[in-house]
Write a protein that binds this ligand. Sequence first.
Ligand code: C5P
Length: 303
Amino acid sequence: MSPHTPRPYPDCRELADGFVLSSPAKVNLQLQVKGKREDGYHELDTIFQELDWADDLEFRPAGAFEFSVEGADLPTDRSNLVTRAAEALAERAEVACNAAILLRKRLPLQGGVGGGSSNAAIALLGLNRLWGLNWGVARLLPIAQALGADCPFFLHGGLARGTGRGDIIEPYSGAIRSRFVLLTPAFGVKTAEVFSNFPSRLTEVERNVIFRPLWTEDESGVHPQIFPCNDLENIVFRTFLELQELRDRLIRAGARVALLSGSGSTVFGIFDSDEAARHAAHGLSTTDRVQVTVCRAVARTRE
Ligand code: C5P
C-alpha cells in the first residue's frame, strides 16, 4: 500500500501472544516560535508530518512490568518515557501496571524526529488496548501532554498542526506528496538547551520562510497552512555549523525544501520524485558518520 493512501493510526501487526505497534518518526515542516510562556515553555505554531520510518513496540500480557530495549543502549527505568507512560496510565486507570514491552529502536536519539515522544504515545495506545481500557484519544491526551510537548502529536500521526506548546493538535487529512531524504549525524542536540538560547525579543529572530510550495498527495496544490521554516535553525546552526552544511548539501542535491527537523540534529530535504530522492541520497551517502534515510510522508484516516 502506498504511504499516501490514508490508513488508521498506528500501524499494527498481530502476534500469537500479543501485538506490535510501529512508533513513527516525524519532521516539522514548519516550526514558528511565537514567544515565551509563563510556564517556561515556548508558544509554537508547528506542522508535524509523520514518516514511514519507525521503531517497533511489542506488547504482551505479563504478571509484572517487564520492559526491554533492542538496538540502543537506553535505560528502562523511570528515565525512559515508555516506563513513565505505563505508570501514568496504570495510575489514572487504576489498574496494575502489568505488561511485557519490547522496544526495537531504529530512530536516532536526540535526533529531532520525536523518537522518545513517539515511543511514549505509542506505549499509551498499546497499553490502552492490552489492558482493555478502550479510552479515546481525548482521555489519553492529558497524560501525553504531561510526558512531553511532542507526545500528543503521536496519538494522531499523519499530518497535523500543533499550537500551544506544540501539544494542542489539529489533525489534517492527507500528507505531503514528496519524498524525504533525512541526514542524521552521529551526535544529538538537547532540545531544552536550544530553547534556552532562544532570544527573548522575537524581533531578533531571523525567520527563513521558504516560499516554495509543498504539494499534497491529492495534487490539489499547496497546503494553505504550511510555510516551510524553522525558527530554531539559526540558534542550532550557530553551535553546530556542520548541520547548516548538511542542509545546504540537500539544497545543492536538488531538494525543493531543506530544513532542520525540530531542534535537530536531523536535517531533511523534500524531493519531487522517488528518483530525485534516491539520486540525492546516493550522492550524500558518501558523507562520513552521517546516516542517510530515504522515506515518505504517511497519511492517516481522520474521523
Ligand atoms: O516537552 P519536552 O520535555 O519534550 O521539551 C523539552 C524541553 O524543550 C522543555 O523542557 C523546554 O525547555 C523546551 N520546550 C520549550 N517550548 C516548547 C517545547 C519544548 O521551551 N514548546
